[in-house]
Design a protein. Sequence first.
Lengths: 339, 359, 74
Amino acid sequence: MKLKERNILLGHGSGGRMMHELISDVFIKHFGNEILNEQSDSAILSVGSSEISFTTDSFVIDPLFFPGGNIGKLAVCGTVNDIAVSGAEPLYLSVSFIIEEGFPFNQLELIAESLASEAKKAGILIVTGDTKVVNKGKCDKLFINTAGIGRLKMKNRYISKALNLREGDVIIINGNIGDHGLAVMNARESFNFKTLVESDCASLNHMIKEVLDKYPVKFMRDPTRGGVATVMNELASKTNLGIELSESDLPVNKGVKAMCEILGFDPLHIANEGKVLIVAEEKEGLKILDLLKKNILGKKSAIIGRIVNEHPGKVVLRNETGGRRIVDSLTGDQLPRIC
Amino acid sequence: MKFVDEYRKKDLILSVAENLRAISRKEIILMEVCGGHTMAIHRFGLASLLPSNIRLISGPGCPVCVSSQLFIDKAMAYSKIPGTIITTYGDLIRVPGSSTSLEKERAAGSDIRIVYSALESLEIARGNPEKNVIFLGIGFETTAPATAATIIKAKKEKISNFFVLSAHKVMPPVMKALVEEGVKINGFIAPGHVTAITGTSIYNDLASVYGLGVVVSGFEPADLMQAVLMLAIQMESGTPKVEIQYQRVVHYKGNIIAQQLLDEVFVHSDDSWRGLGMIPDSGLKIRENFSSFDAEKQFTVNVPESVEPKGCICGQILRGIKTPEDCTLFAKKCSPSHPVGACMVSAEGTCATYYKYRS
Amino acid sequence: MCLAIPAKVISVDGTTARVTIEDVEYTASLLLLDDVKPGDFIMLHAGFAIEKVDPQEAAETLQLLLDMEKNLPN
């Protein structure tokens, strides 16, 4: 990170390259350790004879209410999914509120209702929390921080570590990309586009459990801020293998595709909140695909690419007209405060 | 998407390429002068489909890239005036000025907002009567009419807190300047949407005086390939002329209403193009009778002497003389996350495009 | 910045038109274009309709390209 950048920019929080630089150059530099340095969304911890998955998240989304959900629903889904994609079964959440003075009670009530309803759907308990109120102007309406714990079976312990990936392994996603980011951006900006696109915000733990109970999975991650492109780049870099994605196989909602054409965005860089990327051996991958498609949260599942030996560390997209191009991690800030 | 997907079919593109290979023999250099074309050529990998005797080069087609540092620095200075809201197209937000960028100023507390349409800017002015709203007018003839229409609307509705800082530019003078400078070009792939506004007469001199072929092209890969084919046919038969490939949108006369609005609000003036220097009659300045909307007339700011970053060869890249790979900073010191020159920051800039689509 | 996209006109209301691109709706300004009717296609750029798309010309261009495919030399 260039030291001449004296202030934090919005890009530092967007989940892409700038944020990774910030984490390495400031946080890991000062309090890194073996576990933290893995920079997984969830930390895998040994506590006595048990293995647990532990994660934390903050939600600063603007606006608080958007098509398909609100900050409360998102807080549960986001945390549950972080644990679930590490291979663990989410059990307990903590929820802390930082509330701006003057925030309306009825909105807080609606958010609490959503938190409760999503927690029930996900089958988890909110067991502890905290509440702070700050002066007007000192925080934007409401921020929520969560932490989550899940129980991890030994056989799933290595899922987030991306070990044993080989050429030919397939990459699966459970549905349309870009919905969440675009739905939120549309609700927020003054651009005035009306679209049916809704956030895909959903708790994926039940669907993921079904898959893990039946089939071996080599790697999973949820493509939130920074989108599919960022997760794929992290994976390619971590494993020093290449990744080839196929543009024609990417499931994208028509409305999202249109908005991306109009505004010049790339769906691969847009945040998702109800999606998981799964890497598995090809044979198993085909069976996983079938299983996902039977689930309401996986109807549009597709194999979007594979692991290759060529161009190690890089992600390449084969496009509809036969050309190939490199897909980078998101740089800077495409859509701020998306989650 | 209708009128888009049909022109992206792989088989169509490849068949035009086949036809090109069959008829094109002469060594020709074709220049495109539109960021949208630069992007499409790279996104769909079209250069690799052309026979080796045809070379495509990118010219100064990115309005963000060619906006002078002075303009960016002025915008930055305006953003620091208390009670000011700066509104801009998203493309401009990360372009580096002499010492900072709009994005950085926003981080430091200035009220800078991205808009999709100039009319949104007017709405912001209407909704914030106690603030001064300055719209950054960048773009060529495709976009300038929108600014003109918005200024006229502001005058009609007596909105007195709306201003425009114009960096709008027009294409033909820079195209002529490049040819007169001696940049080796046999033909131009002309910008489809600019020409939809201006009509084709602006290119007549290029054909009749300079003997260059000009084909107005659409933005889908099949459009561009067909435009290259039309130019190749012109070259092979030695008959350079002005033609329209993009017939579903472009008429020879252009959009008369838009031309009239442009003329009503703007006057041509000498303008400085980043990397290229002063080009006569190439800029659009706001006329006297609309001076109450002209940010330059209404606000005085001190801006530092513009300094081009060391090692940056954007100027030569914009002329098509060098490519990004020739630049010592490319993909090392200068990348989309840390851009040095404008060609890298703008999503349509030649360097950003090369970086994004590098193989 | 040259980004313009074909959009279908759903309704016209004085100097604005409701247009759709797939299922995305937008209220475009008609200050630069007149004689626009529901069912027309326009090119949307930075919030304005800048020109109409001529379906006849579009079909002809497409046909020309398809013919090229059929009549490839050798």
